[in-house]
Design a protein around this ligand. Structure first.
Ligand SMILES: Nc1nc2c(ncn2[C@@H]2O[C@H](COP(=O)(O)OP(=O)(O)OP(=O)(O)O)[C@@H](O)[C@H]2O)c(=O)[nH]1
Ligand SMILES: [Mg+2]
Length: 236
């Protein structure tokens, strides 16, 4: 199984500089970045370090995933965000599960020894919201083992699964939609515990309320869509 590591950035230079040396490039067969149109020096950083960077016409993580599959030569893509949240050393953990035949492999921040960025806080608003969305997706569509982190971006998706789930979700909903459609098709999902650190840059990441609403909208849209997306020509 040939793997491609996709580094996802949008004005992430602070985190990128700090995490870059810890990325195990030898864990994968191909590496490139997909960037949402950074103006903070991220593009120059990739150039200086010999990493090909594909720049999106349209911003958003959904678009980034679609462009990544268009550009990659791997049979499976591993998505990594260099903002401090994700443990780069865990990039090694995806391939064995992909080789075992799993369609989607997810770093799990929510159970089994995983760690969420809010675990040290009394009020874990984002974690609880994530767990709520995870619960309703599992109840609604999952007929296999419970999946604890349907939303984490730190995941791998095989090309064959990608072609079958044909995602059209916007922005930060892309991972949630990938989990939901994988449930609908009964695809094989594997989770391993991962440690979610704090965002390195002080700037705000995804806006919580807006992102939560977009998840809710996606959830209801997926109820409406059912299995009908399969009637449309698959997105490559
Ligand atoms: N390629 C690409 N990457 C993006 C885009 N928007 C955000 N990212 C990257 O995706 C990763 C996660 O985004 P964040 O904004 O940190 O979202 P988050 O992790 O939900 O929010 P925090 O918990 O506050 O960090 C970061 O590495 C961002 O730079 C985009 O439009 N295109
Ligand atoms: Mg983040």
């Amino acid at each position: 199984m040939k793997t491609t590591l996709v580094i996802l950035t949008y004005n992430e230079i602070v985190g990128l500089k700090e995490t870059f040396s810890g990325i195990p490039m030898d864990a994968v067969d191909e590496v490139f970045a997909v960037d949402g149109g950074s103006t903070d020096g991220s593009l120059e950083f990739f150039k200086e370090n010999g990493v090909t960077c594909h720049i999106q016409d349209v911003k958003g993580r959904g678009e980034a995933f679609r462009l990544a599959f268009e550009k990659a030569t791997g049979d499976a893509l591993i998505f990594y965000s260099p903002d401090g949240n994700e443990t780069a050393a865990d990039i090694f953990k995806f391939k064995p599960y992909l080789d075992d035949g799993y369609d989607i492999v997810i770093g799990n921040r929510m159970s089994d020894g995983g760690h969420n960025e809010e675990d040290g806080q009394f009020l874990k608003i984002r974690k609880w919201a994530n767990n709520f969305f995870t619960l309703i997706a599992n109840v609604m569509w999952n007929r296999g083992d419970f999946v604890y982190d349907t939303i984490n971006g730190f995941r791998a998706i095989t090309r064959s699964a990608w072609e079958r789930i044909s995602l059209d979700g916007p922005g930060y909903t892309i991972e949630y939609q990938s989990s939901i459609r994988a449930f609908k098709l009964g695809l094989k999902i594997k989770e391993f515990p991962t440690y979610e650190g704090q965002r390195i840059d002080e700037q705000e990441g995804s806006p919580s309320i807006e992102t939560g609403l977009s998840f809710l909208k996606l959830f209801f849209r997926e109820i409406k869509v059912g299995q009908r997306w399969k009637l449309i020509a698959p997105k490559k």
